[in-house]
Design a protein around this ligand. Sequence first.
Ligand code: UN1
Length: 534
Amino acid sequence: MRPHVSREAASAIGLLGFQRPDANAPTVTATKIAAVALLGAKTFQNYIAGEWVDAKDGATFESTSPANGATLGVFPKSTATDVDRAVAAAKEAFEEWCLVPAPKRGEIIFGFAQLLTAQKEDIAQLMAREMGKVLPEARGDVQEAIDMAYYMGGEGRRLFGQTTPSELRDKFNMSVRMPIGVVGVITPWNFPIAIPSWKILPALVCGNTVVFKPATDTPFLGERFVELLAEAGVPPGVVNVVHGGGAEVGNAIVQHPDVPVITLTGSRETGVAVTKTGADRLKHIHLELGGKNAIIVLDDADLDLAVEGIIWSAFGTSGQRCTAASRVIAHESVYDTLVSRLVREAEQLRLGVGWEDDTDVGPVINKSALEKIHSYTEIGKQEGAQLLTGGEVASSNGLDKGFYYRPTIFGEVDPQMRIAQEEIFGPTVAVIKVRELDEAISVSNGIKYGLSSSIFTRDVNTAFRAMRDLKAGITYINAGTIGAEVHLPFGGVKDTGNGHREAGQAALDFFTEWKSIYVDYSGKLQKAQIDTAE
Ligand code: UN1
């Protein structure tokens, strides 16, 4: 049961005036979701075994808007006891869910895609409030989950294995994908709908069940995601949500003996800790960690395009994407022009609440993020980099109610400076001058991470060299560093992860285990490697 909230309260948190879903849009069932849920829910619960339940010890935390400080909801601050209940439910549900024909599992996920489509605007509006991103990007975040739902729903009728000849007569060989069990899903706040979809939807279509811990900065969106899954027909216990922090809930999931698979998007430090914790039980761990992505601009680049690509990749989502461009590597012959054009463009970006049409850049996620971003401005100045624009908290015109930072550009940056090496996760970009392609590639590679990379050039030979030599999981030619599509593998090399990928077919490899099956129909004992005569 979810309590209703008054219109006044709803209006106070800025949730009124949403565009209602199109009556002709595909809907799956009559539902309490969408507007009613957005307006009507003030205190939220965990979702375990198909029931909405409070945390066992009754503790709570609030979700507040980084845009204006409004309280959006109160959520259970769960503990290991709640995780135990969720894991038990997921373990029990696995026994039946793994036997549901994969095409049927896929159909439920298609239903989820339809619900998300119908609710896209409402969820985007909520996201602009809870996470802060501007509406076009919030819609994109939801769209990414819709795309993933259609893609993974389709996998229900594929999940291809392999057949291959046997070395022996009258024998048939094949390999099939098998579900693994309960998957622990730990997600960040920066893509509060898209990233859960990358993890939960492939896990489900492959026949696994899920215990999901959304980020504490975006629990409302995590709860909406699960509510829609339940609405789409995911049976009780197959997806469970447990709200709360990493130290309590995250750790309990990672330590739990009945959770053999963990997928985490988070910081490098958390990734290392999760790996250590899971090691004793030989858990399957997927990690998607940091980035320090660079855009290379060569002397033959289309500069208009490069400027657009840099501004979008550096300041979109207020720089809070793992794929954001936080470095620009500019050929010396274009450096001055590029820098002055970037500064001009950055200074025209309008800061504000994400749900206003004329906002280009929304807030950053919370106070500690704001402080961390500003501390890097101080570090950059101390290191001797040239602060070209920004470098300060924005607090005029009501922005002091939220966490806003001016788009910041440093020039004359040395590749070894901390602002060029460490992940800031904010609207700060470091511009580095180079003399030629080899140097550009070596600067781009000269960091511990390896997620996204990009080069602007009109020379096809240069482009192919970059595709080969940039050490990253993703390389863009003549586009910025953001904008990955769901049907290609997503992830990075070096400290960005541990070799696994999400999205695309690669996700299926993580959420299943291969089983090789040999069928001997010769009616006699045939010995592989021994009976080699014919
Ligand atoms: C992330 O920041 O972790 O490629 C994900 C992009 C988005 C996903 C980013 N499609 O920028």
